[in-house]
Design a protein around this ligand. Sequence first.
Ligand SMILES: [Zn+2]
Length: 96
Amino acid sequence: MDEKKVNTTVRNISEDLVDMYLDECIINSGICDCEICRADVKAIALNNFPTHYVATEMGEALALARILNSQYQANIIISIMDAAGAVKEKPRHERK
Ligand SMILES: [Zn+2]
């Protein structure tokens, strides 16, 4: 049984991409980069963006590569920047 087990996972590619671009977008938007604000930006961006699940047996890298050249990436960056804007307006903690 175990020998036949393949490493198949279902991943939300949107989340992988948000993770990939989160740092860049936070730096570009100039918002606070603390844990709270980062988590808020990620949550807002993901809520505003359709989930995109893929089943993959070869790891997330390949699945990501398939969509690397699509409009998808540009859209996710826009979502993150919008989310960063929202967090900038209303951070959950006091401004430094
Ligand atoms: Zn913060």
